[in-house]
Design a binder for this molecule. Structure first.
Ligand SMILES: NC(=O)c1ccc[n+]([C@@H]2O[C@H](COP(=O)([O-])OP(=O)(O)OC[C@H]3O[C@@H](n4cnc5c(N)ncnc54)[C@H](OP(=O)(O)O)[C@@H]3O)[C@@H](O)[C@H]2O)c1
Length: 242
């Protein structure tokens, strides 16, 4: 396959935010997409509605996906492979934010457990289910929305930071395991991105944050690059960190 040929891509968290921006960009570029979302109905009538046009009907599948449920990952992978005759890329955008600190309150354990399930185990189960398809292709791609919180701990976000460091560890191991099979893994590590997740942030104006559409451009480029040139880690800062 040349790198300009369309890919068949699974995108989690495509209902909004970064995942949605990536889906819109990849659809516009001619790729085939399988979108995993908690509520498929929510995409009705939007630019990601498979019934929006004949072209979208051919190239777009929307499937239920709950990141904390391994059976849901397996069902989505199976439906995607059946629909498109296989796939070659997975983009993990589903994720949760939490401000649970080191000295979290009694009763916050559940919030931390959910974060662990969605931010770490979600990508793990989905990658595990998708692996045979990615390996069979020979130029598989896995793109993971990690965070700068997966590289350093800047403030007091103990739970979120721990979940993202763990995710980065998983990414490194995926890179190692996939190398010989031609699977290339990229961990994108942004600071604040202008989505609902950063809605409560006031330290940086929203227009000065990284924009989801710019991460979508970056991701589209990752899918084009040949196996010999895929960066593993991309630190994307909207303010100086040194
Ligand atoms: N925004 C930032 O500043 C920032 C910075 C660095 C890294 N990131 C990471 O980038 C990724 C995307 O973030 P975002 O900014 O796009 O966030 P967002 O706008 O809050 O969107 C989160 C997405 O994750 C989905 N999701 C949440 N829980 C889920 C679950 N249990 N099962 C399936 N899907 C679930 C949501 O689906 P629903 O619509 O169904 O809720 C939504 O599509 C996350 O991993 C986040 O940690 C974000």
């Amino acid at each position: 396959m040349t790198t300009t040929e369309p890919r068949t891509v699974l995108i989690s968290g495509a209902s909004r935010g970064i995942g949605r921006a990536i889906a819109e960009r990849l659809l516009a570029e001619g790729h085939r997409l399988s979108l995993g979302v908690r509520n498929p109905q929510a995409l009705r009538g939007t630019s990601l509605d498979p019934e929006g046009s004949a072209q979208q009907a051919r190239r777009l599948l929307v499937h239920p996906y709950e990141a904390s449920d391994p059976a849901s990952a397996a069902a989505w992978v199976k439906a995607s492979a059946a629909r498109f005759g296989g796939f070659d890329s997975v983009i993990h955008c589903a994720g949760l934010f939490s401000r649970a600190p080191l000295l979290f309150a009694d009763g916050q354990e559940q919030e931390i457990e959910q974060l662990w399930q969605v931010n770490l185990m979600g990508p793990w189960w989905l990658t595990r289910a998708a692996w045979p398809q990615l390996a069979a292709h020979g130029q598989g791609r896995v793109v993971v929305l990690v965070s700068m919180s997966g590289k350093r701990s800047k403030g007091r976000l103990a739970a979120y930071t721990a979940s993202k460091f763990a995710l980065m560890g998983l990414c490194q191991t995926m890179r190692n395991e996939g190398w010989e099979q031609g699977i290339r893994v990229s961990a994108i590590c942004p600071g604040w991105v202008n989505t609902a997740m950063a809605a409560a942030v006031t330290a940086i104006p929203r227009e000065a944050m990284t924009q989801p559409q710019d991460l979508a451009s970056l991701t589209a480029e990752l899918l084009r690059l040949p196996n010999s040139c895929v960066p593993f880690e991309l630190a994307v800062n909207c303010s100086l960190e040194n």
